[in-house]
Design a protein around this ligand. Structure first.
Ligand code: BGC
Length: 349
């Protein structure tokens, strides 16, 4: 079968190669890959900046935003041939830390976790893949064309859960959320905000292309005049930051209303320095009981929440988030994000 493989930390080593078909072991099922989402992490791995090969090997099968159809599953596993499924990204460390031992591998404390397509285990970027039935989630069959958005939706479901847990430390009835960045994470965060009945504001730099219209179609407000203007208009109780751009991150932290919660989900490049007034930010955070919380990855409960959120969403709106579909062998076209891209998807079938 064909698989998208890469030698981690070696730039331009990504290649579609023929590799042996996988065989499902005990407790696993065999899945035909349908689609694979491409995100910033994949682009970093392809650029040689991130990623780990499985122990004893040079190459890793890339891909963590999966969607596939079950070819064969163990009897009584709850899965059957033809089911639409998504594989979970992270696995707990073999000698689990406390969080991993409690199923919260997204909160791993010792860094010993592994991740499909990212850290030490092959990903889902192949025509066939296997997955443990305990680490797969069945999707509503209506989601066939958009189910590849599931993994970013899990990241966002966790971010919302974090915001709500932080908010719950005192009286909390948020009304307005500002999401920074109208990529897939930002737009899905906005969707979950709308589903919660909040007034949703979205900030991006795009003034044309699909983003402004996609935001409006959700019933959210679009801002493109910078973070200062967006926070002044939105007066957000909650900020979900999905750009990783240092200036935006810092402004977001410094501009919530009292008891504000800022959830950071974007990965910033390191080494880009900006000059900021940390004292002023500290003062505001303390005097307002604000919280800044980082959030990465997702555990099984977030997969369940994301599957519900996608099933409730308008399918037409979700499909507008997928702006390019590229056959696997042309993966090189997905390496560069284009101006009008929201989510780029590789077709595996
Ligand atoms: C993935 C997460 C993963 C993180 C760090 C992100 O792109 O969505 O599942 O934990 O990268 O490797």
């Amino acid at each position: 079968m064909r698989a998208l493989t890469v030698e981690p930390l070696k730039a331009d080593s990504a290649e579609v190669r023929d590799v042996p078909d996988p065989e499902a072991g005990p407790g696993e099922m065999l899945v035909e890959g349908l689609a694979l989402g491409v995100c910033g992490t994949d682009r970093e791995i392809i650029a040689g900046e991130y990623g780990w090969a499985p122990p004893g090997r040079d190459r890793l099968v890339l891909g963590h935003e999966s969607l596939g159809r079950v070819r064969s599953a163990p009897p009584d596993s709850g899965f059957a041939r033809g089911d639409l499924v998504v594989g979970v990204v992270r696995r707990p460390d073999p000698e689990p830390c406390g969080a991993c031992a409690h199923g919260e591998f997204d909160m791993c404390r010792n860094g010993g976790y592994t991740e499909r397509g990212i850290k030490e285990i092959d990903g889902y970027g192949s025509e066939l893949w296997t997955v443990e039935t305990d680490y797969a989630v069945k999707l509503d069959p209506r989601l066939e064309h958009v189910g590849v958005l599931m993994e970013p939706a899990t990241v966002v479901a966790k971010a919302w859960e974090q915001v709500e847990k932080v908010g719950a430390r005192s009286w909390f009835e948020p009304r307005r959320v500002l999401v920074t960045g109208a990529g897939p994470i930002g737009l899905l965060a906005a969707l979950l905000g709308v589903q919660r009945g909040l007034e949703v504001h979205l900030l991006d730099v795009a003034t044309e292309g699909p983003k402004p219209e996609v935001v409006r179609a959700l019933g959210a407000r679009y801002h493109c005049d910078g973070i200062g203007d967006a926070t002044a208009n939105a007066r957000p109780d909650i900020v979900i930051e999905a750009t990783g751009v240092s200036g935006v991150v810092f402004e977001a932290m410094a501009s919530t209303v009292p008891y504000g919660v800022v959830c950071l989900t974007g990965f910033s490049p390191v080494g880009r320095r900006i000059s900021v007034d940390v004292g002023a930010a500290n003062r505001e955070i303390v005097l307002e009981n604000d919280v800044v919380v980082g959030s990465v990855n997702a555990n099984l409960s977030h997969y369940a929440a994301a599957a519900d959120a996608l099933a409730k969403a308008d399918l037409g709106w979700l499909s507008r988030l997928i702006t390019r579909r590229i056959p696997l062998e042309r993966f090189a076209e997905a390496r560069q994000a284009r101006r009008d891209d929201i989510k780029v998807v590789l077709e595996l079938a």
